[in-house]
Design a protein around this ligand. Sequence first.
Ligand code: SF4
Length: 385
Amino acid sequence: MQQFEMHSKNANGIISIEYGRKYVYSFDLEGRLLNYINEGRTYRRTLQNHLIFSRVVSGERISEEVVEKEAKYIVDQAYDEIKNIIPSIRDNDITPFLSKIASMNWQKLQLDAENLTRIYSGSVPIVPPDQYFALYVILERGCKWNRCNFCELYRDRKFSTLSLKDITKQIVDLEKFFGMGIESRRSIFIGEANAMSLPQELLLSATELLNNHFRLPIYSFSEPFTGHGPKTVKELQELRNHGLKRVYIGLESGSRKILRLINKPMDLNVFRDYVHRLKESKISVGIIVILGIGGRNLYDEHMRNTVDIIKDLNLDSSDIVYLSPFVQYPGFNYTDDSEHIIPLSHEEMLVQGREIRKDLLQPKSEQNNDHVFPVALYNLLEAQY
Ligand code: SF4
């Protein structure tokens, strides 16, 4: 490699090295590659050793998973390049970790990913886009409902609740696994589909345990229709005091008809009440909407009802709305196909997303424009841990 200008830093456990304004590498303190930019080509490597390639086309971010053979080539190429650069790095914050980086390659990352899968007794299906740098800890495995017909995330596992003993062992195993790399973790994500439905005592004990080990903000998926239903404001406040920062709820659609068609037993009044309880407890929310889920036939109903219910939640800048293009699994069917729902193309879903976003960000009245919250895309393929 030619000699170019170089910048490097260790920012809270993430080492980044920029070389010649064309190459950027980031690693955790154990030398695991996290991100790699090569002449404008941007890659994110997940802890499960998948490589996601992202680019922006006409203002839209498009991502795809790189096939394994090519991913191996690209990751090994990144390590070969960095090994050439290492001798010229003088930054004292980084030099203690360079030998770890230099000793890594695809094969070792593959074994690393297998070790992580063993700790979780399976793969991690998904995390929200702002949780790629979380420490994932399973408190409850799978989804108790597991019957929404558009969702296959947890179909491969039986629902079970972990004991405090199992959770303690998992934490110890994760500490050992991450080593110094734990410093790259910015939060804790408690899995899987609805850890919030655990009995309050167990949830408090588990979050206390997590606080004793890590002192990081805690995030969780949730839905209000399994277990004993949503927690009370008092219970939520206890959890907030134990570090719970945000809860992500898959609303999918504000249309009762569409919820029936996708077999999601979400009572919209209960959903609204749950969000209000969370907000009253000073826990922020992430609301997930599926773009294109009503197809062409229910396009307007999906848009209108979804916007109406979200506008009624009084979200603020601490909350977020995620718009996730519908990924149709082979074999997917609506519970009743008498409407002959015509699917939207990916581009049509993005158009629907832009329309929903515009309506959501329209102030309720000219006097009231304080309720501004982020609305972002949630690409399921990118959401790998
Ligand atoms: S969408 Fe949520 S509630 Fe429905 S099956 Fe999937 S994880 Fe379970």
